[in-house]
Design a protein around this ligand. Structure first.
Ligand SMILES: NC(=O)c1ccc[n+]([C@@H]2O[C@H](COP(=O)([O-])OP(=O)(O)OC[C@H]3O[C@@H](n4cnc5c(N)ncnc54)[C@H](O)[C@@H]3O)[C@@H](O)[C@H]2O)c1
Ligand SMILES: [Zn+2]
Length: 311
């Protein structure tokens, strides 16, 4: 992980093809030269159509297998460009520069790339780590409040996987210190298990219900994860009561005021049951205490029964 000031980024990226999120570019274009290709941010770009467009653009620009491409943006741009990097001419090197809180604290680390297809999130993807990840914290200044909330929800999740980060979040330490620690924890979990067969799966804490709600209601990823963290802890009931209360309080504070909506439990459970990671029932990361998790599998009917009981 490299930390740079924005004024030094252009020099560092000189000669590379740079794909940049247009909202990140808007606020900071004075720091970029003419070699940028602006792309809309957000989930809708994570598809084969946008991947193909990017590939065609790269072909036209004469990008070769020995070149390096750069992704500057939130998780969506990083996922799309990383995916394209992994398949263009069977793989070109890439660098990522996260510009949202969520992408700094989470998605830029661990080497997963993905696009969506057939209405299923991240169904096509690859494990393809960038050769470098560059942090310019100035990007955080142009994010709106909702994007900060969204990223902070994912930080709460990571904090539940590590005692030191948990203390930092509990003590409301400054954001940059928390991001650095978050990167350390994500690295520890992801890099010890690149292909997601063991410990790395714990990073999906809160994501079983989170992804279900995200698919059905289209709310931002981090917000859904926060709702998932609270509900899963209550449904599984294995974390100490004091920790359950901490999760409820922290996630409520991070989410803030949500538009009032009743979750259709049966509908969300149906989506959860169709997840690619399931074998027989629905897979959950079960939190026993800070930094202590195990995988559990519950029948869909059991999940619905427990969920309706706590509702
Ligand atoms: N690969 C992984 O390991 C991994 C992990 C977690 C999440 N993800 C993916 O990340 C995506 C979510 O990422 P995200 O929350 O960063 O959302 P995002 O990329 O959709 O960005 C959110 C919004 O912020 C804007 N934006 C980006 N940088 C900005 C800046 N500096 N100033 C102002 N606006 C800016 C974007 O244009 C967009 O409108 C999802 O697609 C999710 O699946 C991937
Ligand atoms: Zn997530």
């Amino acid at each position: 992980m490299t930390e740079l000031q924005l004024k030094d980024l252009n020099e560092k990226l000189k000669g590379h093809f740079v794909v940049i999120d247009e909202n990140a570019y808007k606020g900071w274009h004075r720091f970029f030269g003419g070699n940028c290709f602006c792309i809309k941010g957000g989930e809708t770009i994570k598809d084969f159509k946008h991947a193909e467009r990017l590939i065609v653009k790269m072909l036209k620009l004469g990008i070769k297998r020995s070149d390096t491409i750069v992704a500057v943006g939130g998780g969506a741009v990083l996922d799309l460009v990383g995916f394209v990097a992994s398949i263009y001419m069977r793989g070109v090197a890439w660098i990522n520069v996260p510009t949202t809180l969520l992408s700094m604290a989470d998605s830029s680390i661990g080497g997963k790339t993905a696009i969506n297809a057939g209405g299923i999130k991240n169904i096509a993807g690859s494990f393809y780590p960038p050769k470098e990840t560059i942090f310019c914290y100035e990007f955080l200044q142009s994010l709106d409040e909702n994007e900060i909330k969204n990223g902070f929800c994912e930080i709460i999740k990571t904090a539940l996987l590590d005692k030191k980060l948990f203390e930092m979040v509990d003590n409301d330490e400054d954001l940059k210190t928390i991001i650095r620690e978050c990167v350390r924890v994500k690295r520890e979990y992801a890099e010890s298990d690149l292909y997601d067969k063991g410990k790395r799966q714990f990073l999906n804490l809160g994501h079983t219900i989170g992804h279900g709600i995200e698919s059905v209601y289209g709310l931002p990823h981090g917000i859904c994860v926060a709702i998932g963290l609270d509900l899963e802890t209550k449904i599984l009931g294995t974390a100490p009561k004091k920790l359950q209360a901490w999760i409820e309080q922290k996630t409520n504070k991070a989410i803030g005021q949500l538009p009032n909506f009743d979750i259709d439990i049966d509908k969300v459970a149906r989506v959860m049951a169709s997840d690619k990671k399931n074998k027989n029932g629905i897979n959950f990361v079960c939190l026993e205490d800070v930094g202590i998790c195990k995988m559990v599998e519950l029948e869909k009917e059991e999940v619905v029964k427990r969920w309706k009981k706590i509702n």
